[in-house]
Design a protein around this ligand. Structure first.
Ligand code: PMP
Length: 422
């Protein structure tokens, strides 16, 4: 029940974006006004101040992921980072002259974010081959699956660390180490391993060295930093990864990414990474307790509800739950005071069930009636209890109006009904 102190709507969409931490905002503020210099201005104090701030941020980013500061490239976010990583590798490591087909092979997964799928699709049109691995029904991509898909002409493996809709965690360190072993075996120093770690970095411990990562993307606005800024890790040793730049110009970021530095954004990203490193463990434990509270409440109150994706191998703050016998659009309408994502995406003409859930084999009906509830640094028990109560109420009410649920209660096996299609 809503208490008087609860501010509505409650925010359960932290996988989409997070609020900026006030400490991040404080760190950024001077760089809008008195320290406004261009880091490219080498001849005066304003430029030096901006450059110092950027290098400080680079150190915080590097420390969070176990990299060296020189291996961090600042971007405008994970979409740009993924495009630079995927297209940059493809163009650098391609096998045959342009336009002749067979330019090289890429391995990725069906449930990647569009910011990985679409660059891969574009490369297919340009003559590269792409394998889209189907995840296991629990949402996981294993090292064995990737190993089985590799070919002699594979130049890139791009597998996300944690899925943005499910929170499920792929076998990324295992894939990284497998590829490293192949390289040691000789002759394969041309396979590059990229991971889109947008949902992972800043939430879970990361070490690009021990985890065998060559390229890794992340984004400020998923970790309590500002929007429009992100990082791309580019390995410099064992092996040195080369990329063809996708934005050319003034040669900033060692030529990987031209354009005047977004100094305020970069300072914010650095501060967000510093805080994440210090507070990750306590955030994670608290979020896990909140998620358990939410799921226990919902699954306990509502039969025919299921958690999508692996029950344990997932990020602690994301719950993706399907509610049987409920029409998805109606559910979203009924829980207007809970800001969350649904298992359907609006295309121009219709409501499409989520391609991520479909890739796991979740049926259209259940995919439509699923919710992604994702919590964050300031989510409270009170908000969780409110969300659980509101969703329970909405699902019960919608089921009361569902003829299918009625039949089910009467003991009719609805899977045996033959439906007349019109
Ligand atoms: N990859 C994943 C896994 C994401 O969740 C997102 C954001 N939804 C992106 C890429 C795109 O990130 P950005 O908004 O920083 O471009």
């Amino acid at each position: 029940m809503a208490s008087t102190t609860l501010k509505l709507p409650v925010y359960f969409d932290h996988a989409a974006t997070t609020p900026c931490d006030p400490r991040v905002v404080q760190a950024m503020l001077p760089y809008f006004t008195e320290r406004f210099g261009n880091a490219g201005s080498r001849n005066h104090k304003f430029g030096w101040e901006a450059e110092d701030a950027i290098e400080g941020a680079r150190e915080h980013c590097a420390a969070l992921i176990g990299a060296s500061p020189k291996e961090i490239v600042f971007t405008s976010g994970a979409t740009e980072g993924n495009n630079l990583a995927i297209k940059g590798v493809a163009e650098m490591y391609e096998r045959a002259p342009a336009g002749r087909g067979g330019r090289g092979h890429i391995v990725t997964a069906m449930h990647e974010h569009k910011a990985v799928l679409d660059p891969c699709k574009r490369l297919m049109k340009e003559g590269f081959d792409v394998t889209f691995l189907q995840p296991r029904p629990d949402g996981i991509i294993t090292a064995e699956m990737v190993r089985g898909a590799l070919r002699d002409d594979t130049i890139l493996v791009s597998i996300m660390w944690a899925n943005n809709e499910l929170g499920t965690i792929n076998e990324v360190p295992e894939i990284g180490r497998m590829i490293r072993e192949l390289r040691k075996g000789g002759g394969r120093d041309d396979i590059v391993f990229h991971t889109d770690a947008t949902q992972w970095v800043g939430k879970m411990p990361t070490n690009v060295e021990t985890d065998g990562i060559d390229l890794m993307t992340w984004s400020g606005h998923k970790i309590y930093g500002p929007k429009g800024v992100g990082g791309l890790y580019v390995r410099r040793r064992n092996p040195r990864v080369r990329l063809v730049s996708q934005i050319d110009g003034g040669g900033q970021e060692r030529g990987f990414r031209s354009g005047t530095h977004n100094v305020t954004g970069i300072v914010g990203l650095g501060e967000a990474c510093r805080i994440a490193r210090a507070e990750m463990d306590s955030d994670r434990e608290r979020l896990f307790r909140l998620r358990t509270r939410l799921e226990t409440s919902l699954l306990g109150a509502l039969d025919h509800s299921q958690v999508n994706g692996h029950k344990d191998r997932r990020l602690p703050h994301i719950a993706n739950i399907s509610f049987g016998f409920v029409e998805g659009e109606g559910l979203m309408m009924a829980i207007k005071n809970i800001a969350c994502s649904s298992g359907s995406a609006c295309t121009s003409a219709s409501l499409e069930p989520s391609y991520v859930l479909k890739s796991l084999g979740v049926g259209d009906e259940l995919a439509h009636s699923s919710l992604r509830l994702s919590m964050g640094r300031w989510t409270t028990e009170e908000q969780v209890d409110y969300a659980a109560a509101e969703i329970t109420k909405a699902v019960r009410k919608l089921r009361e109006m569902s003829p299918l649920y009625e039949m089910h209660l009467e003991g009719i096996d609805i899977t045996k009904i033959e439906w007349q299609q019109h």
